[in-house]
Design a protein around this ligand. Structure first.
Ligand SMILES: CC(C)(COP(=O)(O)OP(=O)(O)OC[C@H]1O[C@@H](n2cnc3c(N)ncnc32)[C@H](O)[C@@H]1OP(=O)(O)O)[C@@H](O)C(=O)NCCC(=O)NCCS
Length: 134
């Protein structure tokens, strides 16, 4: 399957991003919220097939030594075809090239296996903690 990889946010259909996140059961917001979040991110990846947005991901970072991956999703009909792997590898390659030493993420909905295959490990003696304002 031919795919095109876009590294910046130019021309992205943010409604499609919001709908894709909703479709795969991840947290989603109004399209403009996603635009702001992706545009403020350190590294972004968008994958297209026949001009259709089929997957994406982003990483925030201090730009020095640490980063975190968020909002990695692939439309259900395109899952299992290596698109998610392409997205994570693209993010990791570019972050690593920028000198980032470690990348964290929260593996949701049983996606541990997917991230384990890509070299991510559970953090020993660490518990994810969260404070919310809504
Ligand atoms: C998780 C997700 C991004 C993976 O993308 P994908 O394009 O389906 O993944 P790939 O095709 O690159 O899969 C690579 C390998 O991981 C495996 N894999 C994919 N999703 C998996 C999962 N949830 N658990 C375990 N293994 C998984 C695949 O079977 C494949 O193995 P193989 O190479 O032996 O065939 C995608 O399934 C998705 O969007 N899921 C819903 C949203 C989500 O959970 N996102 C992660 C939030 S942290």
């Amino acid at each position: 399957m031919k795919i095109d990889i876009q590294k910046d946010c130019a021309g992205v259909d943010w409604t499609a991003v919001s709908e894709a996140l909703k479709c795969v059961g991840m947290a989603y917001h109004e399209p403009d919220v996603h635009r702001r979040a992706f545009e403020a991110s350190h590294t972004t990846v968008f994958v297209y097939h026949a001009d259709r947005l089929i997957g994406f991901g982003r990483a925030i970072s201090d730009g020095v030594y640490q980063a975190a991956i968020y909002d990695c999703a692939v439309l259900p009909e395109f899952q299992g075809k290596g698109i998610g792997t392409t997205i994570i590898c693209e993010l990791v390659t570019r972050l690593s090239a920028d000198g980032i030493e470690w990348i964290g993420l929260i593996a949701e909905r049983g996606s541990h296996g997917f991230y384990s295959r890509l070299g991510f490990k559970k953090m020993p003696n660490s518990i994810p903690m969260l404070k919310t304002f809504t």
